[in-house]
Design a protein around this ligand. Structure first.
Ligand code: FRU
Length: 488
């Protein structure tokens, strides 16, 4: 999202922000009551059954993905008072298994700062949120971004640190300075933050601290050479299978053939990193991590030797049809990621199988045959890759439809929402040749093979799902209906 747009929206919504100028317990209680009162007004037709979504109002980026006192925590950019972006709060959910979620009270309310994206770390018994405070001003450039802390000793109630902001300037005094991702290594805390150069090239800055409060600038971890966009949002940095990965969401990439077809991208650069010189040396150029229509601002969590990824399951500057129903925005399924060669592969977490509600339907689906499902289903599909595969997903009562196809001549997987709204990528299976497809009330996620090509797209059918085989070949299908795992 661009700075100018935030300012325009803010001008319209400053009234709502003034409602919560003081982050008192009373303001928090009022907000929870507002959410309870507002929920019954939501039209449930596209409410998801097993994806994280806001209780009411608007959701964007995942924030503060962490593990604290035996539970996974996920926060998110939240505006409760409208199903459109507004002064940012942090919504909050938790889970024991990354599959079944519990709604928790809103963690952060804006005071004079909007609570933009950030991360969470655990320091002893304390959970520390580090987030960007965006403050609007009446002098150019009309906003400023600095880094704030909020602390909790129970993982539910958060107090903003009195010494905020803890990190106020970039080496070039850029007002774009957002989305801190903090982690611990050895005796220090580290943080990377998205920013830009004076001539508007996206970059990521690296800092270090002994106490999360006093920060020292170390290095520019990565920077666009001119064709990698004007701003790098939501950076993340981690070790994966012996390499270092800089994951980020650049704005301003030009479409190139099948690549970069969404307005903004999320992807990664693989390289090596040295904690003595603080230098990241890229080895593989930027690659998108998901090829669907709706995927942005992904973030990860390392826990128990595994690395998990979750993403906003939408895109900026396109309609979110559910907004007429009183809510907007969702998260993808949590995926476990690994690096194989130069590709990050993504698989739904193991526990995802626990949502299977029925015996498997196993069948050979002949050409022109159909299967019907309720709103939530999982399908595993296999056909010959020497022939065309074409599946149509549509609502049993109409609404939007999509085609998933395999084009053997060009070896591409295609997700087609009609009207030339197509995303596609070449696919060379690493092992398995099957597709694992997750259908929810307004979404489709396709995992190809071992997860080397993944598509996340929102889709708005009416009623349950009808899946038709429009291939010239019969397809092997294993299907399950899925249980609810996110509160209504
Ligand atoms: C990314 C983003 C972040 C920012 C947040 C504001 O989608 O623009 O850079 O912190 O959204 O809601």
């Amino acid at each position: 999202m661009t700075g100018l747009r935030y300012i325009v929206i803010f001008a319209f919504l400053s009234l709502a922000l003034s409602k919560s100028v003081r982050q008192t317990d009373e303001a928090k209680k009022e907000l929870e009551q507002y959410i309870l009162d507002k929920k019954p007004e939501i039209d449930p037709k596209w409410r998801l059954l097993y994806h994280v979504m806001p209780p009411v109002g608007w959701m964007n980026d995942p924030n503060g993905f962490s593990f604290y006192r035996g539970e996974y925590h996920l926060f998110y950019q939240f505006y409760p008072y409208d199903s459109a972006w507004g002064p940012m709060h942090w919504g909050h959910v938790s889970s024991e298994d990354l599959v079944t979620w519990k709604q928790l009270p809103t963690a952060l309310l804006p005071d004079n700062e909007m609570c933009f994206s950030g991360s969470a770390v655990t320091d002893g018994d304390t959970m520390i949120l580090m987030y960007t405070g965006r403050v609007i001003s009446d002098v150019e450039p009309f906003y400023n971004e600095t880094q704030y802390l909020a602390l909790s000793d129970d993982g539910v109630n958060f107090q903003k640190y009195e010494g905020n902001p803890v990190l106020a300037t970039t080496p070039n005094s850029s007002p774009d300075f957002r989305d801190p991702k903090a982690w611990r290594h050895g005796d220090h805390w580290y943080v990377i933050i998205g920013s830009k150069t004076d001539d508007s090239r996206g970059r990521v800055l690296l800092y270090r601290s002994e106490d999360m409060k006093n920060w020292q600038f170390l290095n520019v971890l990565g920077e666009s050479n001119g064709d990698m966009g004007y701003m790098w949002e939501c950076p993340d940095f981690f070790e994966l299978n012996g390499k270092f990965v800089l994951l980020m969401s650049p704005q301003g990439l030009e479409p190139q053939g099948d690549r970069f077809k969404n307005i903004y991208q999320t992807g990664y650069i693989i390289g090596s990193f040295n904690y003595d010189t603080f230098e990241f040396v890229p080895e593989v150029e930027f690659q998108e991590i998901d090829f669907g229509h709706d995927f942005y601002a992904a973030t990860t969590l390392g826990h128990d030797g595994k690395r998990y990824l979750i993403s906003w399951f939408n895109m900026w500057e396109v309609p979110l049809p559910e907004d007429v129903d009183g809510w907007a925005g969702a998260m993808t399924l949590v995926r476990e990621i690994e690096l194989i060669g130069t590709t990050i592969i993504q698989k739904p977490v193991d526990g995802q199988k626990s949502l299977r509600d029925s015996e498997a339907i196993v069948t050979d689906l002949e050409p022109n045959q159909k299967l019907e499902f309720e709103k939530a289903a999982e399908l595993i599909i296999e056909g010959s890759l020497d022939e065309k595969i074409e599946l149509v997903f549509e609502g049993s009562e109409g609404g939007q439809k999509a085609w998933i196809r395999w084009q053997p001549d060009v070896r591409k997987v295609v997700v087609d929402r009609g009207s030339e709204d197509i995303r596609q990528v070449e696919w060379t299976p690493l092992g398995s040749h099957s597709w694992r497809i997750f259908l929810d009330a307004s979404s489709i996620e396709l995992f190809c093979g071992e997860g080397e090509a993944v598509f996340s797209s929102r889709l708005y059918p009416l009623g349950g799902w009808t899946v038709s085989n429009e291939s010239p070949q019969s397809l092997r299908v294993e299907a399950y209906s899925l249980k609810r795992s996110f509160p209504e």
